[in-house]
Design a protein around this ligand. Sequence first.
Ligand SMILES: Nc1ncnc2c1ncn2[C@@H]1O[C@H](COP(=O)(O)OP(=O)(O)OP(=O)(O)O)[C@@H](O)[C@H]1O
Length: 218
Amino acid sequence: MIQLDEITFRRRDGAGYRNVLDGLSWSVSGAEQVALTGDSGSGKTTLLNILAGLLSPDSGTVRINEQAIHTYNAKQLALYRRTIGMIFQHYQLLSPLNVADNMAFQARLNGRTVSHKEITIMAERLGLGDKLDVYPAQLSGGEQQRVGIARALLNRPSVLLADEPTGNLDSMRSQEVLELLMTLCQEQRVNLIMVTHSRALAAQLPRQVALRDGRLHE
Ligand SMILES: Nc1ncnc2c1ncn2[C@@H]1O[C@H](COP(=O)(O)OP(=O)(O)OP(=O)(O)O)[C@@H](O)[C@H]1O
């Protein structure tokens, strides 16, 4: 459950400032899957970063599952960030760890025990069943992307923020990864917010919103 009210976020623009987000309000119910679209520079990544607690709005309120994160201090935000999942175009896998350990990394960092069985099941679902012992450098871009998805989901997040999660993949792979992401989020009842430039991908999510002039349009 996400509730944003009257969010304003400004960036320096030449000599002055510009409101990238300008009185933005938005409500997303639990486990809803939403595609976030908008022109380049419209503020999509800024909005994801606010939802992730990486940026604070200049004004307005941000409630994620009843947590008023706009009131949080740095320590509280760090704890909050552990409860959400983030998938970015650059998957940031850890090169000295094999696929299995990369998958479990985030959950373990949060003190959650991840069994080998859990890792194996997730790997099978993502078509990585025979890759658990190999290292990121030996994987294709699509495989690395799927390890990133597994890592986020094994952490059992309540919200998954995905910024162009299929950005580096060809259209067939993008389609595959999107379908997996949607299915797994549905099964785990995870709120999925996915930024994409692709109309074809956006159209497959049950809800689409476009960021324009600092606000969201359904
Ligand atoms: N660190 C920064 N300092 C100043 N301005 C920034 C910074 N990061 C982004 N901006 C500006 O804020 C605006 C929104 O950027 P943002 O990255 O959120 O857009 P976006 O919709 O995600 O774009 P894209 O689709 O190209 O990734 C842009 O005008 C950008 O130039």
